[in-house]
Design a protein around this ligand. Structure first.
Ligand code: FES
Length: 272
């Protein structure tokens, strides 16, 4: 069945956010999923219609990304990271336990339509391995028991929250947020966990920053601009202390880079 006029209006609204409307195709497909529960042929037609593309072009995008589903998804999409680090930290055991408990395999949905289970790749949350996602919200340091406990609560309709984010909503609601229509959960949760911020805190304590960038709060002479090994940075600091003009600072940075390159050459020669 064709999408209703309200959905068409929202698809057009998404396209209008961009200088070139076709840039809005990804969020438009999320909107289709929020309405249809998957990417349907009608949804593809609607996106193509609004953007002046062919259905084949839209379909080519929808079939490329794993976040776009061609089969109906349950109320909660539960993804267990089984990439290397999470796998060895217990992700494989979590996935196996959920498979047994729910009676479904990868990319399958429970008979009650509540949970879809899938393997996911690294979600850049390895500092909290093993990690599970529920509708793309993090569940950190999950265990087989805590995973079963969570999915059972969700099946019963109990309210649960991500370990560092918002209350868990349904997959369709989450898809609407991904389409760019905010709900009232945007400020919920700490968002970034302590382990993820540890490196940032360390950099702030030592006033470290990436080469070419000043650390937050650094003085205008660019002091304490350290590179990863600290050696080049110490040259930069000396240069900045010696002289303060922009040209002097650039010269100090060049000196530092030359010094580092020479050190690396010497190291390579000694390795040979
Ligand atoms: S390996 Fe699982 S989040 Fe990186």
């Amino acid at each position: 069945m064709a999408l209703d006029e309200d959905t068409y209006a929202e698809l057009r609204e998404i396209g209008a956010r961009y200088p070139q409307a076709r840039s809005g195709l990804l969020p438009m497909l999320h909107l289709v999923q929020s309405v249809e529960g998957k990417v349907t042929p009608e949804g593809i037609e609607a996106c193509a219609d609004v953007l002046g593309l062919s259905p084949a072009e839209v379909s080519g995008v929808a079939t490329f990304y794993t976040m776009y589903k061609r089969r109906p998804v349950g109320d909660y999409l539960v993804g267990v990271c089984t990439n290397t680090l999470c796998a060895v930290m217990g992700g494989d055991a979590v996935f196996e336990r959920l498979q047994q408990h729910l009676g479904v395999g990868n990319d399958e949905t429970t008979e009650d339509g509540r949970i879809t289970l899938e393997h996911i790749e690294c979600n850049a949350a390895c500092d909290y391995a093993p990690v599970m996602m529920v509708n793309w919200e993090f569940v950190d340091e999950v265990t087989p028991d805590s995973a079963v406990d969570l999915v059972e609560d969700l099946r019963q309709g109990a309210e649960r929250t991500s370990t560092r984010g918002a209350r868990l909503c349904t997959w369709r609601q989450a898809e609407r947020v991904l389409a760019g229509f905010e709900d009232d959960r945007v400020d919920e949760g700490p968002s970034a966990g302590e382990a993820s911020l540890a490196g940032l805190r360390l950099a702030q304590e030592h006033a470290w920053s990436a080469p070419g960038l000043q650390p937050p709060g650094a003085d205008r002479a660019g002091r304490a601009e350290l590179s990863g090994d600290g050696q080049a940075g110490s040259v930069r600091e000396r240069g900045a202390e010696r002289e303060g003009t922009p040209d002097d600072k650039h010269r100090a940075v060049r000196e530092a880079d030359t010094h580092r390159a020479e050190s690396e050459t010497v190291q390579e020669e000694s390795d040979d």
